[in-house]
Design a protein around this ligand. Sequence first.
Ligand code: FCB
Length: 460
Amino acid sequence: MSALRFPENFVWGAATAAYQIEGAAHDDGRGPSIWDTFSRTPGKVHQGHTGDVACDHYHRYAEDVALMAELGLRAYRFSVAWPRIQPDGSGPVNPRGLDFYDRLTDALLARGIDPIVTLYHWDLPQTLSDRGGWTNRETAEHFADYALAVHARLGDRIRTWTTLNEPWCSAYLGYGNGVHAPGEQDPGAAFSAVHHLLLGHGLAARALRSAGAETVGITVNPADVRPADPASAADAAAVRLVDGLHNRIFLDPLTGAGYPDDVLEHVSRLVAPTFVRDGDEKTIAAPLDLLGVNFYAPTYVAGRTDGAGGGGAYPGTEGAVEFLPPAGPLTDMGWMIEPAALTRLLERIATDYPGVPLMITENGAAFPDKAGTEHPDGPGQVVDADRIAYLDGHLRAAHEAIARGVDLRGYLVWSLLDNFEWAEGYRKRFGIVHVDYLTQRRTPKSSARWYQEVISRNGL
Ligand code: FCB
């Protein structure tokens, strides 16, 4: 295949999240989060794994930043753990928690790596969850205070601020099907969480902007929703419904159009949306300098009338929508591999929500890598040709979107390190760097070396 070059100044980097890599769960005054509680609840996380130690990044960040520099990363997206900054979720700020991100930021800048902050990657302080979590409007207000506290310490050095990571997951997996913390299964709570997450974003975005933040954005995980049968009207209706619940319910209000009527009507059949107050949609529509897009796999759906299918990850689709089992080559998560879906998705967002620069803030794949003595390629070698193929395909798809006119500013691979993959614990490995959890030894996989080359050539 011919050489592909990305635009000048295209941002190349990697992403992680606090609870998935930091460990140090009790260090320096950190309070408990919903993931500490959830991972200790029997049956919720694979083999009872927790983030207590994870990749011990809290203590090994200097080594990890050196590795990023070796790989040539230009940007690093990390999340700040709210319970380190405000152990109870509100009230006094814990300076020792901020000290860690201060050190990390300086280490990145010293190596010429641009820090991209995510303020909320799912680790809600437990105290706030005890008071209803994202179903409580006050959580949105506390979130804006917390955002300001982080900005007050790091705002002189960090340019790019994103509020939430994937509010779809926080709301529907946290409160809809209960696969993620806090593990509730209540459609009304899920929609109330959607709204309060968006409100929290709007309040925090406004606060960050008035405090002088240069680039303010949010990361979503929009879905490329496709019909099982392109000729079927029932399948088209299922696509419309799932697209509404996954994409338009977030992107329309974020970009100023308010909640779509069809979505509000669907929600109203499950819960009276009294949590949406006058003025909220205006707050949510705070100007966006950047929209982060996380993408892994497409979603295929079919319309049903026989009561089968659907589920709490899309409240109210029970009996009406079938989510097709993934087909073709799959990753270790059982997710489909279809790079063309990324091109379609980016083009669709650029068309329907014009004027907002995009960045792929996560893309990557889990495969069952082995390293060290276990590995057939010999000690110190992790050959992950399957991951390279996945990344190569998706970078080509991203390039195609750019060629078709999409304003795509960068690509951040998920993830720098193997890490705690939420309900899957440590059994799913997404890193371009292998982590041996017994020794904490880091081994760059062949995908890391490949990515290093891609970055140095600014292309494929
Ligand atoms: C995304 C999450 C990230 C990671 C990847 C695999 O939904 O944002 O933390 O778990 O999936």
